[in-house]
Design a protein around this ligand. Structure first.
Ligand SMILES: [Zn+2]
Length: 389
């Protein structure tokens, strides 16, 4: 039977296109009972192919022959999506055959339909590209403004099977531009405000369901990266990229060679310490001679690479970042357990962008101390901002 497509009135027994389409999508065009792939539906004229048929669970018409009509409570809209199944011709015949009706009561067909649709959803969810929102932070580095370009972001994301939402969605591109060069109270305050503003847009997009995954591309002074990491939503899956200096791949993790391992070491007194210095020596050594007065003798917990000296291109393997993050978390746990009297932690890092962001992400609101974050200046390390206060 071919329906007249110009006839838009829905008569009894007619199935709306919206219902038809929804059913087709939920089943991925497969028979709900035998899972065979179907082509077209009975409105389409085709030879020798498996055509989809829309079967009623509770029969659409009155009368003794109408399948499962005896179960009708009068509450079911027989043309609703809930009452319809997309089936192949063979399965349709089987479930509607008078001898099989008892074997396929409405409740059973309903269960088959639900579990089939759940299965389709699970399979299709895990395939394809992961949709991600790119968060870009750019700032002045050595005198010039640096920001990952949209092209760099798109190429990097495609390389890991991510689909950037930049072009497909209103709220897919979150760009934070930090103006001015590091130095002075005003700079740090304005930069933190700029990060807050961008992340509040990200949070809105997460709350509205637009964003379920975040990819971070940031270039900024270390304290701001720590601040960014601390403010990132910890419930949303997040992947951090960094600009690599030693290769043409730009922002992609090279993942060549062996990942770097890290170790935690602790020095200094354990009694009654008010301050604890957390050192992260990844790009270069952190020299205590440059610490501010009062911190030189404070207990120090340091995370550094094993079997290799800190250097600027140490982090080219994404697993190295994961290794760092694990050791950094254990360093923070040590600070918490070994120095219960401490009022404040001080974070001094010589680290690439990805490490600085991870260092901030690991600081936990409930259990950790307020953390002052330091910037290296010509005179030594200077506390420029604080997180977790
Ligand atoms: Zn079938």
């Amino acid at each position: 039977m071919t329906a007249d497509r110009r006839d838009t009135t829905v008569k009894r027994g007619d199935i709306k296109d919206s219902v038809r389409n929804a059913l087709w999508a939920r089943t991925a065009g497969r028979c709900t009972i035998c899972n065979r792939r179907l082509l077209g539906d009975t409105r389409t004229y085709m030879h020798s192919v498996l055509l989809a048929e829309l079967a009623h669970n509770i029969g659409a018409t009155d009368g003794a022959d109408s399948p499962r009509r005896a179960y009708n409570t009068g509450l079911v809209d027989t043309e609703s999506e809930e009452n319809l199944l997309l089936l192949c011709h063979d399965c349709h015949k089987i479930i509607d055959h008078p001898e099989h009706i008892d074997f396929f009561p409405p409740e059973k067909l309903h269960e088959i339909k639900q579990s089939f649709e759940r299965r389709i959803e699970m399979v299709t969810e895990s395939g394809g590209l992961t949709r991600t929102a790119a968060v870009r932070v750019g700032g002045q580095i050595r005198g010039s403004f640096a920001l990952a370009s949209q092209r760099e972001v798109a190429e990097t994301l495609l390389g890991v099977n991510y689909l950037g939402l930049v072009e497909t969605q209103r709220s897919g591109d979150f760009t934070c531009r930090i103006h001015g060069s590091a130095g002075g109270r005003g700079f740090w305050d304005a930069a933190q405000q700029a990060i807050d503003d961008t992340l509040s847009l990200v949070r809105q997009a997460i709350d509205s369901g637009d964003v379920e995954h975040i990819s971070v591309f940031a270039i900024a002074p270390i304290p701001l990266l720590v601040y960014l990491g601390w403010h990132l939503d910890d419930k949303t899956p997040t992947r951090i990229f960094q600009k690599h200096r030693d290769q043409f791949v730009g922002w992609s993790w090279a993942d060549q060679g062996d990942p770097v391992e890290f170790a935690v070491s602790t020095t200094g007194p354990t009694d009654d310490a008010q301050d604890v210095v957390l050192v992260c020596a990844v790009t270069s050594e952190v020299n205590p001679a440059y610490f501010p007065e009062g911190l030189a003798d404070a207990p120090r917990i340091e995370v550094r690479p094993i079997n290799v000296d800190p250097h600027p291109t140490l982090m080219s393997h994404e697993q190295s970042l994961a290794n760092f993050a694990a050791k950094w978390r254990s360093a923070l746990a040590t600070a918490e357990s070994d120095y219960p009297t401490a009022q404040r932690w001080h974070l001094i890092a010589s680290a690439p962008t990805s490490v600085a962001i991870e260092a901030g992400r690991a600081i936990m609101r409930d259990s950790h101390r307020p953390v002052a974050v330091y910037e290296r200046s010509s005179d030594g390390y200077e506390g420029v901002l604080a997180v977790n206060e």
